[in-house]
Design a binder for this molecule. Structure first.
Ligand code: CIZ
Ligand code: SF4
Length: 326
């Protein structure tokens, strides 16, 4: 049966409709006892083939609960690594090996060591968008869903926050009593969006509610009605039962879950141009055929040293003990 599936079609792009690929992926996932996770920023058809869609924290927790033999992580490399660290005995696959993350790549173990030398008294809080090696050097991890609570949970008035400078600055505003040194990385997808772009979209939609991700620049966050992680965006919409239109300042893939959940509301991407700037090339590199191949050939397996996994797991588990902010 398995051989049939592999030799039979693996058809060309034209022959293969998304519906047919989706059917085959689901069939193969059942045969192989595989669990498919997709991040909120993935292409709509990849989100739709998954067992669960969510943010990196929620998906890693889902991965912890499953007893599937294979975990297929449709997202970027650091997310699949996180799932592997939390599930060291399972086979975790990333469907497209080119799915990196410019923000995670902006910090290396060497550059973190350099910052740690400059701030020797500071506790290191590292955003989940980072490599396993960088997590392993950190005191604790955080996501956009728990960053403020994580910083507050430490018994330290000096924090080195890495690698996202916009998320760091947003946290600092909420904890002015803590001295924060903030690394200078940023997500290029969010960083190109300016407050002026969002204001222009809002001018045409004066009643719209603006929801922004904390990886955005502070001029965007300053005009947002809500600032939160992607998964929290789904619940923030419920705070505005009378609002019809929402301007969303994050990667465009997020609109798919919002539109599915709230079919009576309108969601507009904050640069006013779907597929233009708020489009992460790393998140969108994965397509349905990659997911199919990943399952069929069991590629690309995440492999990490035991030592790195053990150290990174300590930073992740400290974070998991802290409740979400949003
Ligand atoms: O943590 C994640 O999943 C990211 C990168 C975005 C978000 O805030 O959900
Ligand atoms: Fe990395 Fe930014 Fe893409 Fe997220 S949106 S995966 S932070 S480059």
């Amino acid at each position: 049966m398995m051989i049939d599936l592999l030799t039979q079609a693996v058809p060309t792009q034209n022959e293969r409709s998304q519906t047919e690929l989706t059917r085959r992926i689901r069939q193969l996932a059942k045969e192989k006892n595989a669990f498919i996770l997709a991040h909120n920023y993935q292409a709509a058809e990849v989100q739709d083939v998954a067992d669960v869609v969510g943010d990196s924290l929620g998906l890693s927790l889902e991965a912890k609960k499953t007893n599937a033999d294979l975990i297929i992580f449709c997202g970027v490399h650091f997310m699949a690594e996180t799932a592997k660290i939390l599930n060291p005995d399972r086979k975790v696959l990333l469907p497209n090996a080119a799915a990196g993350c410019a923000l995670a790549n902006s910090i290396t173990p060497e550059s973190l060591a350099d910052w740690m030398d400059r701030y020797p008294e500071h506790k290191v809080v590292t955003y989940i968008n980072s490599s396993a090696e960088v997590k392993a050097m950190s005191d604790i991890c955080c996501t956009s869903a728990n960053a403020v609570s994580v910083v507050r949970s430490l018994s330290s008035d000096k924090i080195l926050f890495t690698p996202d400078r916009h998320l760091g600055a947003w946290v600092q505003k909420q904890v002015p009593e803590i001295e924060m040194a903030i690394y200078d990385g940023a997500c290029p997808t969010h960083d190109v969006l300016r407050g002026a772009d969002v204001k222009k979209v809002k001018e045409g939609l004066p009643d719209a509610i603006i929801i922004a991700h904390p990886e955005c620049r502070d001029d965007v966050l300053a005009i947002a009605d809500e600032v939160c992680s992607t998964t929290a965006m789904l619940s923030r919409v419920e705070k505005y039962p009378d609002a019809k239109t929402f301007i969303i300042a994050t990667e465009s893939g997020m609109l798919h879950q919002l539109r599915k959940k709230f079919s009576d509301k309108e969601f507009i991407i904050a640069d006013g141009c779907i597929g233009c700037r708020l489009h992460c090339p790393y998140m969108k590199v994965t397509n349905l055929f990659d997911v199919y191949q990943s399952l069929a050939k069991e590629i690309y397996e995440i492999k990490l040293s035991e030592r790195t996994m053990d150290d990174a797991r300590k930073a992740l588990e400290r974070m998991l003990a802290v409740p979400r902010d949003n």
